[in-house]
Every structure is written in C-alpha cells, then in structure tokens.
Design a protein around this ligand. Sequence first.
Ligand code: MG
Ligand code: MG
Length: 272
Amino acid sequence: MRSTKKNIFYKTDEEVALMRHSNLLVSKAHATVVPYIRPGVKTIRLDQIAEEFIRDNDAVPGFKGYGGFPYTLCISVNEAVVHGMPSDYELKEGDIISIDCGVLANEFYGDSAYTYCVGEIAPETKKLLEVTKEALYLGIEQAVVGKRLEDISFAVQQHCERKHGYGVVRELVGHGVGRQLHEGPEVPNFGKRGRGVKLLDGLVLAIEPMINLGTRNVNKLSDGWTIITADKQPSAHFEHSVVVRKGKADILSTFEFTEAAIKNNKELTSIA
Ligand code: MG
Ligand code: MG
C-alpha cells in the first residue's frame, strides 16, 4: 500500500528467526486453505479456515482489523488485483484467485500471497501467473547486500512489462515488514537500475509483483478496499517475505506446502 514514508528497520538474527516462524505459519495457512478451493466454495469459507488455523497456532491474523480491514485473507478473484474481500461469491471453473495472508506471531508479521487456478483456466491467464511468479524470484535475486532497492523493481518490471507486455501496477507496492505490517522502504514493481536505498544486511522486504494481463491502470471498488483492473482483464499477485543477505536473499515464506497441496487437489491447476 502506498502511503507516507515509513521508517526502515534492520532485523537481528533473533528477530529474523521469529519472522521465519511467522512466515512459516503464513505458508502453512495457505496450504491449509488449498484443499477447500474448488468450484462452488464461497470465498468467505476460505477466510474462516485460514483464521482457525492461525489462531490454533497461537498467532493472530495480521490483516484483520488492519486499517479497518475485517477479514483474515485478502481474496482477489480474476480482475481483482489485491485487497479483495472474502464474500458469498462462489468460485467457478476458470477463475483465478489471489490469496494474500498475513500473520502476527511473537510481535512479528509474516506476509505472503499466491494466485491459484480453479480448474482449467485460459492459457493466456496461466502464462500471466507463471510470468508473475518468475518475476517475483527475479526480484528476490536482486535482494542482496550492495544492490539498491530499485534493482529489485527494475528486474520485475523488465520481465513483466518489457519482455512480456503486461501491465505493471503503479499504485500498489511491496514494503518492508517486521513489527509493523508495512515498514519502509516501499518496494515498487517498476524502477531504474541502481536507484533507491542501498540494500543492507537484515532488511526484510515483502516483494510482491501485481501484474495485469492488459492495462496497468486500476480502480477501487465502492467497498473501499478491492482494487480491480480498469479493463477488467485478469491480474496476478505473488509475494514472499525475504531477508537481504550477502550473496543471496533468505526467503522466509515458502510456496512448498501450498504447491504440494495444489497437486493433491484435482480441482486446481498447477502452474510452473
Ligand atoms: Mg501480502
Ligand atoms: Mg505485502
């Protein structure tokens, strides 16, 4: 979320260990929800399952009550980019559903998002999801000591916009994460190589490409939260929380559990 400039905090190894736990819970919350994603399920049901899992693990939903948001998950279907609200909407074959989950445990947040394919989806949409996920990892490759913030931004934009012609959302950005869900610096998905703050050891970033099949332009729905594409074409969102380290970023969240769960759910399609 783009807002006023926030402070940057560098984490100690002890704090990183706590954040690894919070992000493990986020990653497992995703995997816990996956068996229930299928045509006919109401998205509010997925929210209830995630909340129960998080509370059963001595943690609290990180988004619930944040800025007044009333749910555990942000659930954004098809043309919804991010910040979608769980509802009585029933998923149908061919939908894509971005689930963003935040957890607060031991005073630290975890934050990770994944976009799921309900049944068979259009090949061009599947490609959008795969490229967005690739862009996330290309961004993460830049999250190393000595690089600058917009090296991450540039890598994402280069892959999605210049190489594949997709729309890179400008209004929403990744962020630092820690004791606050949104800390500095902002992590845009567009930018110039070599610009922005120098990346130092212990900085934890939520890197989260939000990429549209068509126009980059977005609108907010009258619910006050849901961001949708201006042309109503699909949008993809993948997010990891990562620690900047020397040589290689340390990824605190993981898609390992959720992708294993996708493979076990024959109502879902896996992406590369
Ligand atoms: Mg998130
Ligand atoms: Mg985030």
